[in-house]
Design a protein around this ligand. Structure first.
Ligand SMILES: C[S@@+](CC[C@H](N)C(=O)[O-])C[C@H]1O[C@@H](n2cnc3c(N)ncnc32)[C@H](O)[C@@H]1O
Length: 358
């Protein structure tokens, strides 16, 4: 050992990990950690090879050791987040998150981490994971603040309809198999029941319904359930679900404009992020509601004052501040309640409830 350089040892350990020889990789990484105790890379590699062996507890301990050596580094902190999300049941997140937080004893320490990593290339994944953990431990407001580091100024024009159709022509087949998609809708089901239920004989419109994952939760609340979606492939699957009375293929704003005063409830879930300007959507939804009817809408948050921003990674989502949404609601003639902060597509999201005044 004494005759090789740390960089060579890193190469050997990485080769062992790539070859699936994880026990040997862990063993060598632990020995190198003893030899070069100031470096964070060896406990980090030990953590990775332990994670591959399905051993979350020692993997977390080794990772925290790496964080202790490189507190402002992206790699050890990002790997800690990944371990928590992928290997640890959510019920243990608060306790383990606290153990990680103890590496940053003062608010200034934590601010230093945020400032250092906010300029980093990998910041979208890192802050996205951090905000998901904060949501999981019930710190929604802080999750929204961290998610702000996943955002940049408006960069792209919204995708034209034919691009959205092509996107979902690819995605429709496997859409329901993705647990992130299913969990997103299932996670907000109690909110949907509370917000849209309780009006006998009503029509509910699921605008941007996709494959109809929300149908299971909306069906018991509606006498008549209508879906609307742009993508023929998503519409076909939604029809196959058998949960909807009608599924309209087309643009949701045009379709809502053609249904004045018909709906007791409207849900627009996981779809508003395609729209840089929500004014036409909110106006169309208001007009489609009966007086007293309610609209529930998922939108990704932009922290702080009035702003519309766009994520810098992943699907380039448009995100709005709460203040912006309140202004839009007032302009559309909708009464708005304070938003719930929920997880949707593994990101913090505002779940808005609007009412058309009587
Ligand atoms: C990510 S999926 C969400 C589907 C479903 N609401 C859910 O939460 O599982 C987004 C859906 O919005 C639809 N969409 C996007 N823009 C639309 C528009 N202008 N009118 C109608 N549907 C639209 C897409 O075709 C896609 O099916």
């Amino acid at each position: 050992m004494s005759d090789i350089a740390p960089a060579d040892a890193v190469g050997i350990i990485n080769a062992l990990i790539r070859a699936g020889r994880h026990e040997e990789a862990t063993d060598l990484a632990v020995r190198c950690d003893g030899q070069w105790p100031n470096l964070s890379i060896f406990p980090l590699l030990a953590s990775q090879s332990l994670a591959y062996q399905g051993r979350p507890q020692p993997a977390l301990s080794a990772c925290l050791r790496a964080v202790g050596k490189d507190r402002l580094g992206l790699e050890p902190n990002a790997f800690f987040m990944a371990l928590l999300i992928q290997l640890v049941p959510q019920v243990h997140w608060p306790q383990l998150y606290e153990v990680w937080r103890r590496h940053f004893p003062s608010p200034a320490d934590l601010d230093a981490l945020v400032a250092t990593l906010a300029g980093h290339q990998g910041r979208y994944d890192f802050f996205g994971a951090w905000s998901l953990i904060l949501l999981g431990i019930g710190q929604g407001d802080e999750a929204v603040d961290r998610f702000a580091h996943c955002l940049g100024p408006l960069a792209d024009a919204p995708p034209p309809a034919h691009e959205i159709v092509a996107e979902y022509s690819d995605k429709a087949g496997g859409y329901d198999d993705d647990s992130v998609h299913r969990n997103s809708v299932d996670g907000i089901a109690p909110h949907l029941t509370q917000g849209l239920g309780g009006r006998a004989g009503q029509t509910i419109i699921d605008a941007g319904c996709g494959t109809g994952l929300a149908g299971r939760h909306l069906r018991p609340l509606a006498e008549r359930l209508i879906g609307i979606d742009l993508s023929p492939d998503m519409v076909a699957r939604c029809r196959d679900s058998g949960l909807y009375d009608t599924v309209i293929e087309g643009d949701l704003i045009a379709a809502l404009n053609g249904m004045p005063g018909q709906a007791g409830g409207i849900a627009i879930l996981g779809c508003a992020y395609y729209f840089p300007d929500l004014a036409p959507m909110l106006t169309a939804a208001r007009n489609a509601l009966v007086p007293g009817g309610r609209l529930m809408l998922i939108d990704f948050p932009a922290a702080g004052a009035k702003s519309v921003r766009q994520t810098i990674g992943g699907t380039r989502r448009y995100c709005r501040s709460a203040e912006t949404m309140r202004d839009l609601a007032a302009a559309a003639g909708l009464v708005v309640e304070p938003p719930d902060i929920v997880a949707y597509f593994n990101l913090p999201s505002y779940l808005w409830t609007f009412t058309r005044p009587e």
